[in-house]
Write a protein that binds this ligand. Structure first.
Ligand code: XMP
Ligand code: MG
Length: 178
């Protein structure tokens, strides 16, 4: 599998350190707010599991599935949302946990959706920020790493459902997806 990776962008140690920092920062900010952390599947699953264990405050968790990608390394621009959409968000502090913000289309869609449901506040924590191809004026409140305009996989991120189990974030060789 490593032979499909051109370069390791963020290694295991760096991820662990940054996730701990984010956990502390977010826990401080959400003290006494009993937030709902929403895991946006599937990409943020690994990050989410690590992050919530670095948050020693009362929280609730929910899972949603948002997909904008087919099996190609290019956004379709159309967001498909699935999962339990019945959670009571009225008056609640919502923290959306994303794997990566790229064009920003997914994030914009989710933010509007939760605001329309009457959340008290909706914020976003994204493991990665790829600002190069941004189409929407959105920014995550908490960002793990800013990355260059490369297609990355690992630590939850996939190409055609593969590589999610890699413990690091790596740049996928172009020949794999082109
Ligand atoms: P948008 O463009 O809506 O994208 O901000 C958000 C979703 O696009 C996927 N995405 C990637 N997935 N490597 C991946 O494995 C990447 O480099 C990449 N860039 C965008 C991802 O599912 C994200 O939630
Ligand atoms: Mg994805």
């Amino acid at each position: 599998m490593i032979s499909d990776i051109q370069e390791i962008l963020v290694d295991e140690k760096a991820i662990e350190k940054r996730v701990s920092e984010l956990g502390s920062q977010i826990s401080g900010d959400y003290q006494g707010k009993n937030p709902i952390l929403v895991c946006v599947l599937k990409g943020s699953s690994v990050f989410f599991a690590d992050l919530i264990r670095k948050m020693p405050i009362p929280i609730e968790i929910e899972f949603l599935k948002a997909s904008s990608y087919g099996s190609r390394a290019q956004s379709s621009g159309k967001i498909e949302l699935r999962g339990d959409l019945s959670m009571e968000v009225k008056g609640r502090h919502i923290l959306l946990v994303e794997d990566i913000v790229d064009t920003g289309n997914t994030l914009k869609y989710l933010l509007e959706r939760f605001e329309n449901l009457g959340a008290e506040e909706v914020k976003v924590c994204s493991l990665l920020d790829k600002p190069h191809r941004r189409e929407q004026r959105v920014i995550a409140d908490y960002i793990g790493f800013k990355i260059p305009n490369e297609f990355v996989v690992g630590y939850g991120l996939d190409f055609a459902q593969k590589y999610r189990n890699l413990p690091y974030i790596g740049i996928l060789k172009k020949e794999i997806y082109e």
